[in-house]
Write a protein that binds this ligand. Structure first.
Ligand code: NAD
Length: 494
């Protein structure tokens, strides 16, 4: 039996199903980029909100811009836009919920005007995004809008035939302006520091090229709240589909599995109304910056520490890696000695508890988060997650030895592409060829990898860094080297 509105009535009582009248919902939110994370995060907050009276205007219409979203559209349509969320707690408890907050899905390559009209519809108050870092089209070195992207060139010259999120959003805002409608809020839920400010800067850079007056109207009328988002959501696997069939006898072709922890800290800046997300666990704050820094420097950097060191050793998931006491000890030492001294005290957050919880979350044996996902796009991630910490510590004359080994391991990983057992590593990175090329020169020049100054800045000239780095490189490249022995040496230098 397939999951759909009709089969909802036959669900066993242990499955949490939408108890609200989905036929009464309007799509107040149009979400672009319906990946796993949106379905485990924003759509779930809305699902909980809809269980309370008075929230009917906050249903979600999903939008897929990429050809790759065709299959998702077909599945969601066939399932009346319902899907299962399997929440796996660290203690082994599992909750199954059917999420009903999505009420429609538009596949842009098939009907572009339908997407523009939906965004411009008077029911639409928020356009939210999880289009991954790449979707924001900024140059990773300069942080400026990348006008050389062919899709962007298309969108600037063909306002009614867009390809990118910026093309669609601008076309819809133009319609709203012409029709005398209010602007909508553009809400990024991507894992980018100051995601709202970045979205604003990129959208305005795009729109100004197309229509100066429109871009001024956008600057004056559209708001872009910054937010910190958190919930570990691995890529769905065949075993997740099989699990749902076994657990409650329904076939769901694209269930989502995630951890039980969830967090959403949002700046309260919505030009066209917003749901009361704070009544279902989100937190509104005036400045999200310190929350972002804490999360990026501890969680995301912690993931990279485990991801790169664990990959070189030959582990394949985060829980497997952190269950090794040496890796757990290394991670905790990194968080305590090299990250915590740079973090501000935050109201309502006990950093010791936050770190304990992080390690418990990483160790969740029911969340098989792959190291290849964690290490993917390291070139986009590490400058903000890890290298920023190294730079701050160097400026303060503090130790950087634990983080330095992670950079050296990244070089080894990019150069060799195999783990210590000789297994090929799956490396996914937009800068993969540059990384490999620089790393491959390490045999003749210890510091070759650091010549990628767009990532490392002037680290290759800072002896407090390079002295550790050279030692690590020599140890990693020595015959029959073992990352665990090197980690032990860094933890307890002889
Ligand atoms: P995913 O691959 O499941 O989904 C990404 C979605 O974005 C897909 O629908 C894809 O088609 C679309 N997309 C990708 N590039 C695009 C582009 N250039 N333009 C328009 N659409 C595009 O990934 P996910 O796990 O849902 O993660 C998405 C983002 O969510 C991440 O990049 C991160 O910023 C954020 N996030 C993820 C997690 C997590 O644990 N997965 C946690 C916190 C934040």
């Amino acid at each position: 039996k397939g999951l759909n509105q009709q089969s909802l009535a036959d669900m066993p009582s242990h499955v949490d199903t939408p108890n609200y009248d989905r036929s009464k919902l309007k799509a107040g939110i149009v979400h672009i980029g319906v990946g796993g994370f949106h379905r485990a995060h924003q759509a779930v907050y809305i699902n909980e909100l809809l269980k309370m009276p008075g929230a009917e205007q906050w249903g979600i219409c999903g939008v897929g811009l990429l050809e790759g979203n065709r299959g998702l559209r077909d599945i969601l349509k066939q399932q009346d836009y319902l899907y299962t969320l399997t929440v796996r707690h660290p203690n082994g408890q599992i909750d199954n919920k059917v999420i009903g907050s999505m009420i429609d899905f538009l596949f842009a390559p098939e009907d572009k005007q339908a997407v523009i009209n939906k965004l411009a519809h008077s029911d639409t108050h928020i356009v939210s995004l999880t289009i991954t870092e790449g979707g924001y089209n900024f140059n990773p070195v300069t942080g400026e809008f990348d006008y050389s992207n062919p899709d962007i060139i298309n969108d600037i010259n063909n306002p009614n035939d867009p390809i990118t999120a910026f093309g669609y959003i601008t076309a819809a805002l133009k319609l709203r302006k012409e029709q005398g409608l209010d602007a909508f809020t553009v809400q990024s839920c991507d894992n980018i520091q100051h995601n709202g400010n970045v979205t604003r800067k990129m959208l305005l850079a795009f729109a100004a090229e197309q229509d100066k007056e429109l871009s001024e109207w956008i600057a004056a009328n559209v708001t872009f709240p910054n937010a910190m988002v958190d919930r570990i959501t691995p890529v769905s696997k065949k075993s997740d589909i099989d699990y749902v069939v076994d657990a409650y006898g329904v076939s769901d072709e694209w269930p989502i599995t995630c951890e039980s922890f969830t967090q959403w800290v949002i700046e309260d800046s919505f030009c066209c109304g917003r749901p009361d997300w704070d009544s279902v666990g989100a937190q509104f704050v005036s400045d999200v910056t310190p929350y972002e820094t804490m999360k990026i420097r501890l969680l995301n950097a912690g993931h990279s520490v485990l991801g790169l060191l664990g990959s070189v050793h030959g582990y394949s998931t985060i829980d497997e890696t952190v269950s090794d006491p040496l890796f757990a000890k290394y991670l905790r030492a990194f968080m305590d000695k090299e990250v915590t001294p740079n973090l501000a005290q935050l109201e309502g957050i006990d950093l010791e508890i936050y770190k304990d919880t992080l390690i418990e979350r990483f160790a969740n044996p029911n969340i098989k988060d792959s190291l290849s996902r964690i290490c993917s796009e390291s070139a986009a991630k590490l400058p903000k997650f890890l290298i920023a910490t190294i730079n701050e510590n160097l400026a303060q004359g503090r130790d950087v030895s634990l983080a330095t080994l992670v950079i050296a391991a990244w070089c080894f990983y990019s150069d060799k592409g195999v783990d210590e057992q000789g297994n090929t590593l799956e490396i996914i990175d937009a800068m993969q060829s540059e990384l490999h090329e620089a790393a491959a020169k390490t045999a003749s020049d210890d510091l070759a990898f650091l010549s990628l100054t767009s990532l490392f800045g002037d680290l290759n000239t800072q002896s407090a860094f390079t002295s550790h780095y050279k030692n690590n490189i020599e140890a990693l490249y020595a015959p029959a080297s073992k990352i665990k022995a090197i980690m032990n040496n860094v933890l307890e230098p002889k």
